[in-house]
Design a protein around this ligand. Structure first.
Ligand code: SF4
Length: 467
């Protein structure tokens, strides 16, 4: 019987079916960070339990790290406490910790792939919603809560209800200035923020096939924003090329053998899906959110739609009006970073827009690389200089203003053009702060213009680079 990747990986990891019908799945890789793990480790300690598979558990610090001054102890006592707790828990349980001293620290969903820990066919769990990112490699990856972090630490297993699979094919070709971020925002706009409930999303079609791994990660990252429990892309030569030579990927003959296995877990031709959707890549514009969830978005050339209920509430919060164009909306802050768009290719695209241009005088602009490795690679290319010369602040790696659990936050009703993944009320640190989600290139363009602007007007003379 032809099967989907989800079915194959699920079946290979099912330990048993529980009386409530959920499956207990073995978890191949558990990624841990400082925010959702302290209580889980405390629960283990209270019961006298050990971590079952420390060799399948890896930790980093990302959410709370300051990006301007990283000297210890951190200025924020709570952040210092979380950092110390993670250090102690990793030491006590023999878990590798990629902290700032290692050169491998960064956002958990950036460093997993970067280090080659994320591999096709794995089941992956992490106490963070955007764990779906790892599905870009053909892994089945779940964001989990603190009590599930405890369960995985203690047993390396996770109880999961079975999922349906929706195949989302992105056809045609993306226009110049249209990026993976625009694709996923368009998908969520079309299917709704709850459209994926009960599903895993399988992304495919010519646009996805042509995408780099960085772009596929951006797509899979935001699956959760569309309500899907996981999102994945079938592994292919692009995946294998990315993984070859990475520190934790198999090497030599083992890599060749792994490739055979990885190929075998891709969805079969003729596999049955619970739903299939086609998205026309040619129809996608640079996309911007106007509301308070990632489904409330429009193409940069469109006008804000009208609506009642939640729609009206969103407009009131944002201080925007139906019928107005989103282009021209003034911004106060520009943020390039996050696990959605904080990779080297994202920084390159933003820098390309900034070359020879200056950030508008009233805009505060910061760029936060997704990892120390991204920061170092960007500096080797001179991107840091370009960002600084244009008026951006060049920061150290972390989640930063995506969630604002560190000092990088909005003040009052500031509006932020952000390359992150959530525009919920208060997400960027101020209860009244407002977030407009967009691609890194669009953030750079908004920073220069001081308002939302179509990045294509600034890229007019350049060759297309995206899928
Ligand atoms: S960058 Fe944002 S979404 Fe990603 S792990 Fe950090 S806080 Fe979560």
């Amino acid at each position: 019987m032809p099967s989907t990747l989800l079915e194959k990986v699920w079946d290979a990891h099912r330990v048993r079916t529980l009386p409530n019908g959920h499956d207990q799945l073995f978890i191949g890789l558990h990624l841990v960070h400082e925010v959702t793990s302290p209580q889980a480790f405390d629960m283990l300690r209270a019961r006298g339990w050990e971590v079952r598979y420390p060799q399948r558990t890896f930790a980093t610090v990302d959410h709370i790290v300051p990006t301007a001054d990283q000297r210890r102890p951190f200025g924020d006592a709570m952040a210092e406490q979380m950092m110390s707790a993670l250090e102690r828990n990793c030491r006590e349980h023999g878990i590798p910790l990629f902290d700032m001293s290692t050169g491998k620290q960064g956002i958990v969903h950036v460093i997993g792939p970067e280090l080659g820990l994320t591999q096709p066919g794995l089941t992956i769990a992490c106490g963070d919603s955007h764990t779906s990112t790892h599905g870009a490699f053909g892994a089945v990856a779940f964001g989990i809560g603190t009590s599930q972090v405890r369960d995985v630490l203690a047993s390396q297993c996770l109880a999961m209800a079975s999922l349906k699979v929706r195949r989302i094919a992105v056809t045609g070709r993306l226009h110049h200035g249209v990026y993976a971020k625009d694709v996923i925002l368009s998908i969520i706009r079309g299917l709704g923020v709850n459209g994926g409930v009960g599903y895993a999303y399988e992304y495919g079609g010519p646009v996805i096939d042509r995408m780099t791994m960085d772009e596929r990660m951006t797509i899979c990252n935001m699956s959760i924003e569309g309500g899907a429990r996981a999102g994945y892309v079938n592994p292919d030569e692009t995946t294998f090329k990315y993984l070859e030579g990475r520190p934790f990927a198999p090497h030599g003959d083992a890599f060749d053998r792994a490739k055979e296995w990885w190929r075998s877990i891709a969805s079969d031709a003729g596999a049955a899906y619970d739903d299939e959707v086609r998205i026309e890549g040619d129809a996608i514009e640079p996309t911007v959110t106007w509301g308070i969830n990632p489904g409330q978005s429009i193409g940069v050339g469109e006008r804000i739609p009208s609506g009642q209920g939640e729609h009206a509430e969103a407009l009131a919060f944002m201080g925007l009006s139906s019928g107005s164009p989103i282009a021209g909306t003034p911004i106060d802050v520009a943020f390039v970073g996050s696990c959605t768009n904080g990779r080297l290719s994202d920084l390159r695209e933003a820098a390309r827009v900034l070359r020879g241009r200056r950030v508008a005088s009233r805009v505060r602009a910061i760029v936060v690389p997704g990892s120390q490795a991204v920061r170092i690679a960007a500096e080797q290319e001179g991107l840091d200089r370009l960002f600084r010369e244009s008026g951006f602040e060049w920061r150290a790696a972390g989640c930063s203003m995506c969630l604002a659990m560190n000092p990088d936050r909005l003040n009052g009703r500031e509006i932020c053009a952000s390359s992150s993944n959530r525009n919920f009320k208060g997400r960027q640190g101020s209860p009244t702060g407002r977030t407009l989600l967009m691609s890194p290139a669009m953030v750079a363009a908004a920073a220069v213009a001081g308002e939302v602007v179509d990045v294509r007007t600034l890229l007019a003379d350049e060759e297309p680079v995206t899928a």
